[in-house]
Design a protein around this ligand. Structure first.
Ligand SMILES: NC(=O)c1ccc[n+]([C@@H]2O[C@H](COP(=O)([O-])OP(=O)(O)OC[C@H]3O[C@@H](n4cnc5c(N)ncnc54)[C@H](OP(=O)(O)O)[C@@H]3O)[C@@H](O)[C@H]2O)c1
Length: 302
């Protein structure tokens, strides 16, 4: 949509004519130089042909060797060539010059057309490659939302988690270790300090938001995914605002469903069964470390 504008040639007709004239003059002078070299070699050859090889050594005009007339004849022709190039600025007549010029212009036109076609082809190729790379990246990257939610989709209250489930935290650690974890500013602030062995990407609209060393700050979810693009599985770890924005983008949801309803101020968006397929489901009983029953569920986008 916002493709580059094709640049129009800035060379107008007058400039084109000047260029063509200059090219024409260069050609004329080159020819004159070649003529000069040929004349020297030719004259030497004529002298040797007569004196060394004895060709026509009996032929003389007015007592002078024939090659002297031949060399002078050629010299006259060469001088005439010089005169035409430097004095009259032509060599083979106006018609001939015009024909040469037309030929040159039409050749240039063909070349320009070819270059245009080539450029168009390259443009199309570049655009196709960009689309292909984008698709490839999207395919390769498994953007995963990881969340623990109650039966009523409750995930937090007063910027805190509502429960403490040891095995859920362990699973969170196992799955996210070594990866990028993308989060909203509020979730980041709910941690006492950054989690070890993970690259934190914090989304905020604030311009000068300060964070500990190593934490990356961005201004949108797109930018968060961009800085995580080398990670084949970046995790979106919340909270409510960020989950909502990531729902259409994510490929996987790792959900810990806590089998209880909770009073909360932050919720996970509804998982639309027409878009998502449950691929794993492991039930966990309550015990001394786990106040509630819960299940680990994996969803993949259809
Ligand atoms: N149960 C779970 O698995 C789980 C997981 C994570 C979090 N939580 C809970 O969720 C709650 C926090 O969630 P929340 O929804 O209140 O906040 P949040 O999503 O963590 O962060 C919201 C903040 O993110 C920034 N933000 C959001 N969208 C943005 C955008 N498009 N561009 C730029 N910045 C954007 C804004 O920061 P600025 O205001 O700085 O601009 C916004 O105030 C807490 O209670 C937490 O404990 C639960």
């Amino acid at each position: 949509m916002f493709g580059k504008k094709k640049e129009k040639s800035q060379i107008d007709k007058e400039q084109l004519e000047l260029i063509q004239n200059a090219q024409h003059r260069i050609k004329q002078k080159k020819r004159l130089y070649v003529h000069f070299v040929l004349f020297l070699i030719g004259a030497l050859f004529l002298v040797l042909a007569n004196t060394v090889l004895g060709i026509g050594d009996t032929v003389k005009f007015f007592g002078i060797e024939w090659f002297v007339f031949a060399i002078f004849g050629w010299l006259f022709f060469f001088l005439y060539h010089i005169f035409n190039v430097f004095v009259t600025h032509k060599f083979m007549g106006k018609e001939w010059e015009k024909a040469q010029l037309d030929k040159l212009v039409s050749k240039q036109k063909i070349r320009i057309e070819k270059l245009k076609a080539q450029l168009e082809k390259e443009d199309i190729h570049i655009a196709k490659t960009e689309v292909y790379n984008k698709e490839l990246n999207q395919e390769k990257q498994n953007v995963t939302m990881i969340v623990a939610a109650g039966e009523n989709d409750a995930i937090g209250k007063d910027n805190k988690l509502i429960w403490h489930l040891r095995d859920d935290l362990k699973r969170f650690k196992t799955l996210t270790s070594g990866h990028h974890i993308i989060m909203g500013r509020k979730t980041f602030e709910s941690f006492p300090k950054p989690l070890p062995n993970r690259t934190h990407v914090v989304i905020t609209r604030q311009d000068n938001y300060t964070v500990p060393k190593g934490v990356i700050v961005v201004n949108s979810l797109d930018a968060a995914l961009e800085v995580s693009k080398k990670d084949n599985q970046p995790f979106i770890i919340g909270g409510g605002e960020i989950y909502k924005q990531a729902m259409p983008i994510a490929n996987t949801i790792e959900l810990t469903r806590v089998h209880e309803s909770f009073e909360a101020d932050t919720f996970f968006p509804k998982i639309d069964a027409s878009n998502w397929k449950e691929t794993a489901n492991t039930f966990h009983n309550k015990d001394e470390n786990h106040k509630y029953e819960f299940s680990f569920l994996t969803y993949k986008r259809n």
